[in-house]
Design a protein. Structure first.
Length: 361
């Protein structure tokens, strides 16, 4: 789900290593907008990117794909991006954070979503926020959670075309955070289904699903928790890039991160409780089986004694051939066999009645 890449030990700081093995060639998308309108286009190289935004407009540059380190270096040189920030961009799987670098702020966030096959995916999003310019860098170009933001820019509704690049950064972070809710909703539905299985038919597959959900929740917590700190840092930032109008919306975004953390913690407790419930259910089923087996064994103990006693078949006789007085009298009784069977049946019925009275059956 989540990848982690790091520099070779001993490498000098701010060294851009090789891209991730599965990285794709970058695709550059430009969105320049203002209150008057929107201009969108795709370019092939960094050289085709505009150096600044037009007067009164916001420039959003998207670089989707990390397969070309030279292009990333050229992007950093063109827009004066710090080399340490570029190193964090290429080494994906970073912890979400906010770093101020002179004329821009650098934000790392982890984007979590379900793909077309409903698989849980995680992707690093790196955002450089400047005055009237924002650069976002993603690992892939296929899927992201920013489609609602692009539609709002095209439609012109709300505040997005009235405020600056800091509000665009808020909108991107808000889309990242809000897409955690449907992910957690599916986790909650899966937990409900597992709870029914645990109560009715617990099995090894149930345990595997539970451990998978607990692992997903652990990963979600690992990335959502620091994102709350990122939003808090933006909210209390002294940088002139983050305007007072945007901080009002950042407070609302901070509340969303707190709600998500509460949901994650609640689901983790539920998953832990289900593991304990599974163990208790298995133990209870084992106890039920053992109780039945114990009762069956108890029924046969006196019967085994009687059968063993009469199975000795001693035939002691006197001198004239008549049975000895110490011999078992039932051995030569014509109804001896039926009598023993009747006694054994009577004992079994009495035992069953006793067990039911004690509620052992």
């Amino acid at each position: 789900m989540f990848k982690r890449k790091y520099s070779v030990p001993g490498t000098a700081p701010a060294t851009l290593g090789a891209p991730p093995p599965e990285a794709r060639p970058p695709v550059f998308r430009i969105t320049e907008y203002g209150e008057a309108g929107v201009n969108e286009r795709t370019v092939e190289s960094v050289a085709d990117l505009p150096p600044t935004a037009a007067d009164g407009k916001i420039l959003w540059i998207e670089m989707n794909g990390l397969g070309d380190v030279a292009a990333l270096k050229a992007l950093g040189e063109k827009y004066d991006l710090h080399p340490l920030a570029l190193e964090d961009v290429i080494n994906v799987g970073q912890r979400p954070k906010l770093e101020p670098y002179g004329a821009h702020l650098f934000v790392i966030a982890q984007m979590i979503y379900h793909d077309r096959e409903s698989c849980l995916c995680g992707e690093q999003v790196s955002i450089f926020i400047g005055h009237n310019i924002l650069i976002s860098i993603q690992e892939e170009d296929d899927e992201d959670v920013f489609t609602p933001v692009r539609e709002r820019i095209r439609g012109g509704g709300g505040y997005i075309r009235k405020l600056g690049a800091d509000y665009l950064a808020y909108a991107l972070l808000d889309s990242i955070v809000d897409h955690c809710f449907p992910v957690l909703e599916k986790v909650g539905e899966a937990l409900e289904e597992i709870e029914e299985d645990v109560l009715e038919k617990p099995g090894k597959n149930t345990v595997a699903q539970l451990h998978g959900l607990k692992r997903s929740l652990m990963q979600l917590r690992r990335f959502v928790w620091p994102e709350r700190d990122v939003v808090s840092a933006l909210l209390h930032s002294d940088s002139t890039i983050v305007q007072a109008e945007t901080k009002v919306f950042l407070r609302d975004l901070y509340d969303h991160t707190v709600q998500i953390m509460d949901l994650i913690e609640a689901y983790r407790d539920v998953a832990t409780g289900l593991v304990e419930l599974y163990l208790s259910s298995v133990s209870l089923r084992t106890n039920e089986v053992m109780r039945v087996l114990t009762v069956m064994s108890s029924l046969f103990i006196p019967l085994t004694f009687i059968v063993g006693l009469y199975g000795m078949n001693f035939q002691n006789t006197t001198g004239d051939g008549s049975p000895a007085p110490t011999n078992m009298p039932e051995l030569h009784w014509k109804y001896g066999y039926l009598g023993v069977i009747a006694v054994m049946a009577f004992i079994s019925v009495c035992q069953i009645f006793f067990f039911k009275k004690k509620k052992w059956l």
